[in-house]
Design a protein. Structure first.
Length: 129
């Protein structure tokens, strides 16, 4: 029974190398060994949304808990146990400030993501994700 310990991992530059676009073999082996112990809940804590986790596909059988979108959606044993999206009022308030400052901004949701304006930097960021 997995009750004694819990460990969290980030994805980018921790489990997944976004430059080489791989999960190092040593990482996969370490996660497998931790899983086999049976005394540790293995979690992911990331700014990514669930639909953005294909990069760790080979690790998913060993992951028990996902804290996604920086805590906005939490999934344990494939069940959403916490969901706290921004309210529409908050989104509109933040959007107004960003628009006033002429910033490039984006939103990540449960099922999709969007950006207000594609710039060279934004395209480059999405290319490396």
């Amino acid at each position: 029974m997995k009750q004694d310990k819990i460990v969290f991992f980030d994805i980018d530059h921790t489990l997944y190398d976004p430059v080489k676009k791989i999960i190092p073999a040593s990482t996969l082996k370490a996660i497998q060994k931790l899983h086999v112990r049976g005394d540790t809940i293995i979690g992911i804590a990331t700014g990514r949304a669930l639909y953005m986790l294909d990069v760790i596909k080979s690790l998913k059988p060993y992951i028990d808990l996902y804290i996604t979108i920086n805590g906005q959606i939490i999934v344990y044993d494939n069940v959403i146990i916490h969901k706290d999206p921004m309210t529409l009022d908050t989104i509109l308030e933040v959007k107004a400030i960003f628009e006033q400052e002429k910033l490039v901004y984006g939103y990540i949701g449960q099922d999709a993501q969007a950006i207000n304006r594609l710039t060279v930097q934004a395209v480059e960021m999405f290319h490396h994700a």
